[in-house]
Design a binder for this molecule. Sequence first.
Ligand code: FAD
Length: 462
Amino acid sequence: MADSNLIRSLQNIVGKEHVLTDKEDLICYSYDSTFNSCLPGVVVIPGTTEEVSRIMSLASKAAVPVIPRGGGTNICGASVPARGGIVVAMHRFNRIIEIDTANLCAVVEPGVITAEFQRRVEELGLFFPPDPQALNMSTLGGNVATNAGGPRGFKYGVTRDYVLGLKMVLPDGRVLKVGGKTVKNVTGYDLTKLLTGSEGTLGIFTEIIFRLIPLPEAKRTLMAIFDDILDAARAVSATIAARIIPTTLEYMDREAMRLIEASRPCGLPVNSAAAILVEVDGSESDVPVQIKKVEEVCRKEGAREIRVAASEEEANQIWTARRAAFSSMARSAPTLIVEDVTVPRSMLPDMVKKIAEITGKYRIKVAILGHTGDGNMHPIILTDERDKNEMQRVKQAIDEMFRAALEMGGTLSGEHGIGLDKVKYMEWELGATGVDIMRRMKRALDPGGIMNPGKVLPPEDN
Ligand SMILES: Cc1cc2nc3c(=O)[nH]c(=O)nc-3n(C[C@H](O)[C@H](O)[C@H](O)COP(=O)(O)OP(=O)(O)OC[C@H]3O[C@@H](n4cnc5c(N)ncnc54)[C@H](O)[C@@H]3O)c2cc1C
């Protein structure tokens, strides 16, 4: 529990009803979607930028950690208050301030739920493509802070590609505004891009300006079914090599399909080795042409069957099941570790093979899903954290997966971020110089080191 003077000062800023100190409440904010947890000293729920600014000045002077929190859906330990402190929950920042149809952009507060924002812009014939699969629970602020992606990233990119401007409160309480409604902006260093993906380690967003695009006229879903996992992985690479750009290119192995089907039956081919789920979009006339091309490539790479969804309802059923994949799997093991390795797309078949080798060697159970059009694989390890021996093997397997991905020219995270869970690998990818530069940038913005400590950078100097 935080110091009583600090609690009183926070109550003066936001009102008593927006400061939580009961243990039951604090426990709710001690987790995210990983199995890390740590109790915060206090939770504060501000409603204005001015209040956030006063909270930050107070925390800075008292040298108390501040942990911004959206929906708590991240899968890397990013919003766990690892060193206690003040959790700043942003759910009262829930207004869509403006959808500017003339400038194809929107001004929003960071606590808006991602799916709600997508629904609202689509009603106006506009489109906000970033689609992290927890979009019914995640917030736009969390999406910007983790630079979230999703299945549509293959054709439309990730959250960073849609952030035009940000209002952010710095750790010392000053308010920084970067970017704006213009689509072009080369004024000085690109701070908008730097702050996107900063995982709450540099400040708290209180307003975001997003770019929007026109909503495609039509879309269609196809499933290609394979008897060999490598044929499926090769079909992904071959589709890209054939210069076809579907909206999504998702991979599911047999274990992933079996677990999804057991929880949410939707006709997935559980007797096959793997399937790829493809969505194409575009004009009414172009969509059937794209579907035909994808079908040809998949057949050439050995697909045993191609199923094209007959209706939007059938396609939605498959996508809803895919979106619920993690929760479906959570029923089958006490501990679920969702990993996130990304390799250049041409290396996908090698990475799929490597994951099978590593998990076989360490005798661990894994299901593989992936936004494979981006080279982004999610090996999901089904384990039990109480089994110390197995956890040791799991850790070794994860280390080897990251080593392999980096050796193939890949990266530690395609979309989930670094958080607490991957700090130990940062130097593997960035080298000492890269980590040193990032530390200096962090110190420039957060000299007292109060913002979300322990995340992104290795702890000893964070
Ligand atoms: C079932 C499931 C599926 C998922 N699928 C995907 C996927 O397909 N793609 C993907 O990219 N991710 C995915 N995720 C991860 C998660 O949904 C994303 O990381 C999401 O962007 C987190 O948003 P959030 O609002 O829950 O943020 P939180 O988890 O609360 O926070 C995430 C980070 O953002 C910071 N933060 C939050 N709000 C602010 C703010 N206003 N200012 C500054 N920092 C802030 C936090 O401090 C923390 O570092 C999935 C998670 C689950 C549980």
